[in-house]
Design a protein around this ligand. Structure first.
Ligand code: C2E
Ligand code: CA
Ligand code: CA
Length: 520
C-alpha cells in the first residue's frame, strides 16, 4: 500500500539530556575520564573542586546506571505527524530488550500494526484527514501501551512496538496484547469531517520464536506475520512461526518465477462463457489470466497478480491478455462459431496510461476487428475517480470508438449513479456476493431485484457473476437479469476447449428449451 511520498517527513532532533548523560557516563569511558576530570578540577578549583568531582561523578554514574536504557525516552528523529520515533529505533530497543531477556531470563516481542486500506482512505479523504487520523492513532496506541514499551512510526500506515522485557510474554499474552491494540484502533474516530472507522492487521514476533535472535530478526518475523495477517484480513492477527517463514520462501520463489513466466509465455488468457438468460446463447467470453506452471500446474491470478503488480508488470500482462483475447475472437470467427465479443479486465493503473485508447485501437486494427467485439471491464473503484482524469478520458474514448464498457464487481464499491452515467457504462456485472443462494435467500432476492430495477431505469444491461447452480440461474432469469456467467454454466477454460464447448452448448440448446424469463 503506498501511503504517499514523505512517510519519513521533516524530522526534528529530540535528544533527552538523560540519554546524553547515559551515553557519557554509562560505559567504560566514565572511568577513563575520571582522573583527567579530577586533575582539571584540582587545578581550577583547588581541593574543593577535587572533592566535588571525586564524589560527584561516581554518584552520577550510580544514578544514571540505574536508568534502564529502554525507558530513557526518545533518542532520535521523530515523525512530525505522529510525534513518534522512527522505524530504526525499534531495532535498537529490541536489541536492548533481547539482551535483558537473555541475561535475566525474560521475554520480549515485536509487534507491527498496519491500518488497512490507508492509501484508499487518503485517496478519498485527502492527506490532511490522513494526518489527523495518524495523530489520533498514535495517541490511542500510546495510551494502550505500558510504560517502557516503545512505540514507533514505521511509515506506510504502519506502527511498530518493541515490548520491554517481561517474564510472561508468551503466545496467549501476545494475542491478548494484539487484540487490545486492535480494538483500541478500531473504535470510531471522530474527525472534523465525520466519523472514521479503521481496521488494522497485526503481526507479532515473540523473542522465543524469532527467526533470528536479533532486533532485525524479530522485525523480519513480525513483518512476515503481518503480511500473513493482511492476506487473511480484515482485522487479522498473526504470530510468527517457523512454518510461516517456509511459506514465505516458497512465495518468494513464485514471485521470481512469475516475472519470467510472463516473458516465457506461461501466462495466457483462459475463457469463461457469458450467456443470455433469454436465448441461452453465448453472448461473450471473459478472458481471465492463468499461469500454467511447469511444476505447480494451474496457478490462479489471485496468487500471481500481486507479484506482477508490485513489479509494475500489470501493463505487460494486460498486453498479453488483450493480444490473446483478440486472437481468440478471430479464431472463433474463422471456426464460424458465434461469439459476439470478448471481455478483458483492466486495472486502474492501466486505464491511467494516456496512450491506452490508441494502443487498443491499433490492436483492433491489427486483427481487423471492429471495436464492438471488445468489452472493457473496469472496477467500481476506477469509476469513482474524477471525470477529468486520464482513466475517465480513456474509458470515454474507448466507448466512443465502440468498445463496450462493463462495470465489474458491481455492488462492492461506491460508484455513484452519476459516475455510471458519465463513464458511458453499458452493463453492470453484479458481484458474486449478491448472487450466491439468490434462489433460497429472500434478502439476496431483494438486493438483486433492487439492482436490476435500478439498471432497468438507467437503461443499463445486466450480467450476474458467479452463478454456480441451476437454481440461481433460473431465479436470475426470472428476476430479469439479462446475462449470466459462472461455474454453473462453465468454468474458465483454455482457448483450445472453447470451440468444442460452444458446439456442445449450441447442440444442447437445440434439443431442450432454454431457461427463459417467466412472463408476467
Ligand atoms: P473477476 O474479474 O471478478 O473475475 C471473476 C472471477 O470469478 C474469476 O476468478 C473466475 O474464475 C471466478 N468465477 C467465475 N465463476 C465463478 C463461480 O461460479 N464461482 C466462483 N466461486 N468463482 C467464479 P479468477 O480467474 O481467479 O480471477 C480473479 C480476479 O483476478 C478477477 O476477478 C480479476 O479481478 C483478476 N484478473 C483475472 N485475470 C485478469 C487479467 O487478465 N487482468 C487483470 N487486470 N485482472 C485479472
Ligand atoms: Ca472481471
Ligand atoms: Ca467480477
Amino acid at each position: 500500500m503506498g501511503l504517499r511520498n514523505g512517510d519519513f517527513r521533516d524530522k526534528t532532533l529530540v535528544t533527552s539530556g538523560r540519554t546524553v548523560l547515559h551515553r557519557l557516563l554509562g560505559g567504560p569511558q566514565a572511568l577513563a575520564l575520571l582522573p583527567a576530570l579530577a586533575l582539571g578540577a584540582y587545578w581550577t578549583a583547588g581541593e574543593t573542586g577535587l572533592v566535588v568531582v571525586a564524589l560527584g561523578i561516581p554518584l552520577l554514574v550510580l544514578l544514571v546506571g540505574d536508568i534502564d536504557p529502554p525507558l530513557a525516552g526518545i533518542t532520535g528523529p521523530i515523525d512530525m505527524v505522529t510525534g513518534l520515533p522512527l522505524a530504526d529505533t525499534i531495532e535498537e530497543r529490541l536489541e536492548i530488550a533481547l539482551t535483558q531477556a537473555q541475561t535475566r531470563g525474560l521475554k520480549t516481542g515485536c509487534l507491527l500494526l498496519r491500518i488497512e486500506d490507508f492509501a484508499t482512505f487518503i485517496d478519498r479523504q485527502g492527506a490532511t484527514a490522513g494526518d489527523q487520523v495518524l495523530e489520533k492513532c498514535a495517541a490511542l496506541l500510546r495510551g494502550a501501551l505500558r510504560d517502557g514499551d516503545h512505540l514507533a512510526w514505521m511509515g506506510q500506515g504502519t506502527f511498530g512496538v518493541a515490548f520491554k522485557a517481561v517474564p510472561n510474554l508468551d503466545l496467549e499474552v501476545a494475542i491478548q496484547l494484539s487484540s487490545r491494540l486492535q480494538t483500541t484502533l478500531e473504535e470510531p474516530i471522530a474527525l472534523a469531517g465525520g466519523t472514521v472507522y479503521l481496521s488494522a492487521g497485526i503481526g507479532f514476533c515473540l523473542s522465543t520464536r524469532s527467526p533470528e535472535k536479533t532486533g532485525r530478526g524479530m522485525i523480519k518475523g513480525a513483518q512476515i506475520a503481518l503480511d500473513e495477517a493482511l492476506r487473511a484480513g480484515p482485522s487479522a492477527i498473526r504470530v510468527y512461526s517457523q512454518e510461516m517463514g517456509h511459506v514465505r520462501e516458497s512465495r518468494e520463489t513464485l514471485r521470481d518465477d512469475a516475472l519470467m513466466a510472463l516473458e516465457n509465455g506461461e501466462i495466457a488468457p483462459w475463457f469463461q462463457p457469458q450467456i443470455s438468460t433469454d436465448t441461452g446463447r453465448v453472448t461473450g467470453f471473459e478472458a481471465l489470466a492463468r499461469w500454467i506452471h511447469p511444476q505447480r500446474g494451474i496457478v490462479p491470478p489471485g496468487e500471481f497478480l500481486p507479484f506482477l503488480e508490485r513489479a509494475d508488470q500489470m501493463e505487460r500482462l494486460g498486453e498479453i491478455i488483450l493480444y490473446g483475447a483478440l486472437k481468440a475472437v478471430t479464431a472463433w470467427d474463422s471456426a464460424e462459431v458465434t461469439v459476439p465479443c470478448v471481455a478483458v479486465n483492466f486495472t486502474g493503473k492501466e486505464l491511467r496510461n494516456p496512450k491506452l485508447a490508441d494502443k487498443i485501437g491499433w490492436d483492433l486494427d491489427r486483427f481487423d476487428l471492429t471495436a464492438d467485439r471488445l468489452t472493457i471491464e473496469v472496477l467500481e473503484t476506477v469509476v469513482i475517480g474524477s471525470p477529468e482524469d486520464t482513466a475517465a478520458r480513456n474509458i470515454t474514448a474507448l466507448a466512443a470508438m465502440g468498445c463496450r464498457i462493463d462495470l465489474d464487481d458491481f455492488g462492492t464499491g461506491y460508484a455513484s449513479i452519476s459516475a455510471i452515467r458519465r463513464f458511458a457504462i453499458e452493463r453492470i456485472k453484479i458481484d458474486r456476493s449478491f448472487i450466491t443462494h439468490v434462489d433460497q435467500d429472500p434478502e439476496q432476492q431483494r438486493m438483486v431485484s433492487a439492482i436490476l430495477s435500478m439498471a432497468d431505469r438507467l437503461g443499463l444491461e445486466t450480467l450476474a457473476e458467479g452463478v454456480e447452480t441451476a437454481g440461481e440461474h433460473a431465479m436470475l432469469a426470472q428476476l430479469g437479469c439479462r446475462h449470466v456467467q459462472g461455474f454453473g454454466i462453465a468454468r474458465p477454460m483454455p482457448f483450445d476447449q472453447t470451440i468444442d464447448w460452444i458446439t456442445r452448448h449450441e447442440a444442447k440448446l437445440a434439443q431442450a428449451p432454454s431457461i427463459g424469463r417467466k412472463s408476467g
